[in-house]
Design a protein around this ligand. Sequence first.
Ligand SMILES: Cc1ncc(COP(=O)(O)O)c(C=O)c1O
Length: 375
Amino acid sequence: MSEAASDARARAPRPEPKPGILDIHAYVPGKAAADGVADPIKLSANENILGSSPLAREAYAGAAFDLHVYPDSRANLLRAAISETYRLEPERLIFGCGSDEVFQLLNQTFLEPGDNMVQGEYAFAAFAIGARACQAEVRNAREPNYRIDVDEILKVVDDRTRLVFLANPGNPTGTWIPFSEVERLHARLPPSVVLVLDGAYSEFATEPGFDDGIDLARRSENVVVTKTFSKLHGLAALRVGWGYAPTRIAEAVDRIRLPFNLSIPAQRAAIAGLADRDFQDRSIAHVDQWRPWLAQQFGGLGLEVVGPSATNFVLIGFPTTPGRTAADADAFLSARGLLTRRVLNYGLPNHLRVTIGLEAHNRAVVEALAAFLKS
Ligand SMILES: Cc1ncc(COP(=O)(O)O)c(C=O)c1O
């Protein structure tokens, strides 16, 4: 190409993403590999360390002969199973490719440029990605002590607020707020604001005083509760999430979702997983057993333990002393095949998030951190 032609090409108009898109930080997943380590232990994505229900795996495998057909666009069998299990009106359910897609759909349904979405400062990253893609403003409410504070949320809500996202318990903090606080928030929000209660980890929150908000959603016009099959049911690979919404919201969302957003293997495995109470009980019992142990051990090493956690992970804080930082600890653990999660992108450069593992994993993390802190 001549110089003139190449100049002209550089000056020619080209497709530009709409304003704001390039300011979005893409989602950073938990790492799954470490250099030079053959079989690392992945404690970086809050997956279910017990795997998944054998019944779900069987249902998934059984779908192998139906790969040529489109799935049921309304996921009617899964819809019926969920509505029966939770006693919910089937027409009020929204399905998504993970609860991530449900958040995305809610953002798209409600946010215009100039509107805002309110969340806690350490909120799960997917909420804001979707809101920014709609050219809305994201307002972060302070979380003193790594905990959602209803008054801080109310302070930043204004007449352009359309959505409030609240993960309870939260990720990456693992902390939770009592239902009385959720009710207080709901009572003070303008009725035109949608309150999204993300219950991705709600089944692991076994403390009295916790509630996932389904009953609040049942009787409200502006509350959506979301759940996922990725955590308790161990089906993260299949991407199944759902929301329970007022009928008007469910109907609006249904107009814009992709028609076949849940695959047949995903729908069938989710139905089977939902029926496997034994697997769910074992998963909850495992977390109940190891969460306090890990918190106590990390605390005993002199690390800051954020919490108490009501999830299947624990967030720990490190000193800023060179050689003892979260980045150093992460590198030390990775080199030993123990993959945890740095949470810099959440504004927490001095913390690591550790998924609760099997007994051997948990002991290995504690031993490695003890060695790290002594090294
Ligand atoms: C707080 C929170 N909400 C939602 C999700 C998304 O889950 P899903 O796999 O259903 O998209 C996660 C996943 O890590 C999460 O931590």
